[in-house]
Design a protein around this ligand. Structure first.
Ligand code: TRP
Length: 333
């Protein structure tokens, strides 16, 4: 029986934060015990909206790899590889662009949101508009059928599968497998300011490498319920960032439900729920930060992990590319 293959990746634009942890790192950790898993350091994709600062994209390759290793990704069981050094991905992307229309790319809800957020207006880099085809190449080059991602990536997996169906219709059924997104039930973790998306650039994230002081300051600044002025007032739990985080990271579900009930009734201070959350986050991040510091002492080791992983990934992705070129019936030399 062939093993289920899992692929996912991260743009190398900054260190990962606890939103990544809740969104997909936790799922990746649970998958690495019994599946063939690949993690892509997506530097080419990062460049699609960072041509003004390629240095940032380069520097963060090691940072993201460090985050992977620090949270417990085991390079013996998960292959960590670098997107820009896998030429088959770029070659497949070029082929796939013929199986998707510009109109369809423009309709992708994630792309639409991102174009708005970046203020591109009419000046959208072509590479940015087309990155869903490149992401389809990433996923299919590994023949991945499981893609653990945050909620925002679902439209990209959907578009991948559309491209897959079109290619299979031309090249032959079963050439490429369709993929399934695995998305955490808890939904997306908001930023500490209550905005829907946590991101380093918006300054509303808590990094997985955050110091104890940074964690404390972030929790203190966190939005709760602006109508909850006194501890005795009844408060809202929905849309309250502190409770969203407790839901995502506090293992004692029963205690959290009890706190929610008390908060709704009135009689529970913001200070109290923040103290609990701070303890939860300090406990979550402390061992990650510690391991990260230890691993960062040996950058050569991290480089080796990426080099070996990329070599292994190169074989797999080249094989798929050859298969697709052949199945499409292109000239072979
Ligand atoms: N688009 C993903 C993100 O922004 C990164 C990514 C690149 C990816 N290639 C991928 C995710 C392939 C899953 C599968 O986080």
């Amino acid at each position: 029986m062939t093993k289920t293959v899992i692929l996912t990746g991260d743009r190398t634009t900054g260190p990962l934060h606890i939103g990544h942890f809740a969104g997909s790192l936790r799922n990746r950790l649970s998958f690495q015990s019994d599946h063939g898993q690949y993690l892509l350091l997506a530097d080419s994709q990062a460049l699609t909206d960072n041509t003004h600062d390629p240095g940032k994209v380069r520097r963060n390759v090691l940072e993201v790899a460090l985050d992977y290793l620090a949270v417990g990704i085991d390079p013996d069981r998960t292959t960590i590889c670098l997107q820009s050094h896998l030429p088959a991905l770029a070659e497949l992307s070029m082929l796939y662009l013929n199986f998707v229309t510009v109109a369809r790319l423009e309709r992708n809800p994630t792309i639409k949101d991102e174009i708005r957020a970046r203020g591109f207006g009419r000046d959208i880099p072509a590479g940015f508009l087309c990155y869903p085809a490149a992401q389809a190449a990433d996923i299919t080059a590994f023949k991945a059928t499981i893609v653990p991602v945050g909620e925002d990536q679902a439209p990209l997996i959907e578009q991948t599968n559309e491209i897959v169906r079109r290619i299979n219709a031309t090249a032959g059924a079963g050439i490429l497998p369709e993929a399934k997104a695995v998305i955490p039930k808890s939904g997306r973790l908001p930023g500490i300011d209550g905005k829907a998306k946590m991101s380093k650039s918006a300054g509303n994230a808590i990094a997985l490498s955050a110091s104890p002081d940074e964690i404390r300051a972030a929790v203190r600044a966190m939005y709760t319920d602006s109508a909850h002025l006194r501890a005795d007032d009844p408060g809202h739990v929905e849309g309250n960032v502190v409770f969203s985080y407790l839901d995502a990271f506090d293992d004692d579900l029963e205690a959290v439900e009890e706190l929610k009930a008390r908060y709704r009734r009135g009689g529970l201070a913001d200070r109290a729920i923040k103290a609990r959350l701070e303890a939860v986050l300090q406990n979550l991040i402390a061992p990650i930060r510690q391991r990260r510091m230890e691993i960062a002492q040996h950058p050569d080791h991290v480089l080796d992990v990426i080099r070996c992983g990329t070599a292994k990934a190169r074989e797999r992705t080249e094989a798929t590319k050859r298969q697709v070129v052949e199945a499409l019936g292109l000239f072979l030399l």
